[in-house]
Structures are given as C-alpha cells and as structure tokens.
Design a protein around this ligand. Structure first.
Ligand code: H2B
Length: 96
C-alpha cells in the first residue's frame, strides 16, 4: 500500500507543483483550468482520462462548460501520496 506523503514531501509540494493548491478540509490537491470553450475542456479531460488509465490513478473532477476542476487524492490511502504528485506532474506536462 502506498504511503501518505510525509511532512518533508508536503513542504516541497509548492515548488514541485506551483499551479496546484492544497484543499482545505481534505487531504488533496486541486487545480482549476479554464479553456476557450467546452470542446477544449472536454478534449483536455479525454487526454487526462487516458493518462489516468496509464497511471491506474484517477482524478475527482468536475466540468462546467470551459472550466475543469481537478482534485487529486489517493482513496486507497485516505490522502495525498506520490501517486497524486505523479499524476499532477503528468497533467502539468500535458498543458506545457
Ligand atoms: N484513483 C485514486 N485517486 N485513488 C485510488 O486509490 C485509486 C484510483 N485506486 N484509481 C485504484 C484506481 C484502484 O482502486 C485499483 C483497484 O487499483
């Protein structure tokens, strides 16, 4: 079972994942993205869905027209793990 991040790993999150915020009241990170329109937002979600399958790790997310809100947390561990960091980095790379 993958372990939740330790204090040192959490302290490094802001520099590794500057576009992501720590969620209040839940051990998770979040990123909100705005696209030009629904089609671009959905295209992004499709690409992330394929990434999630490759990682066997899936986002908790929502979409409203051109906005996608992504939350990452490891359900099996009850909080943030290296799996969330890896998926967040892969999502950032998609957007780069
Ligand atoms: N995604 C997330 N976010 N957390 C998990 O614990 C998780 C997952 N577990 N995707 C995976 C799938 C899982 O339940 C399978 C059985 O490994």
């Amino acid at each position: 079972m993958v372990q939740r991040l330790n204090d040192a790993e959490r302290a490094g999150l802001a520099s590794v994942l500057p576009a992501w915020q720590v969620v209040q009241g839940r051990d998770a990170i979040r990123r909100e993205l705005r696209f030009r329109d629904f089609s671009e937002a959905w295209g992004f979600m499709s690409r992330v869905a394929l990434l999630a399958e490759q990682h066997n790790h899936h986002p908790d997310w929502s979409n409203v027209w051109n906005t996608v809100r992504v939350e990452l947390s490891t359900h099996d561990a009850g909080g943030l793990t290296e799996k969330d960091v890896a998926l967040a980095r892969a999502i950032d790379a998609l957007l780069a």
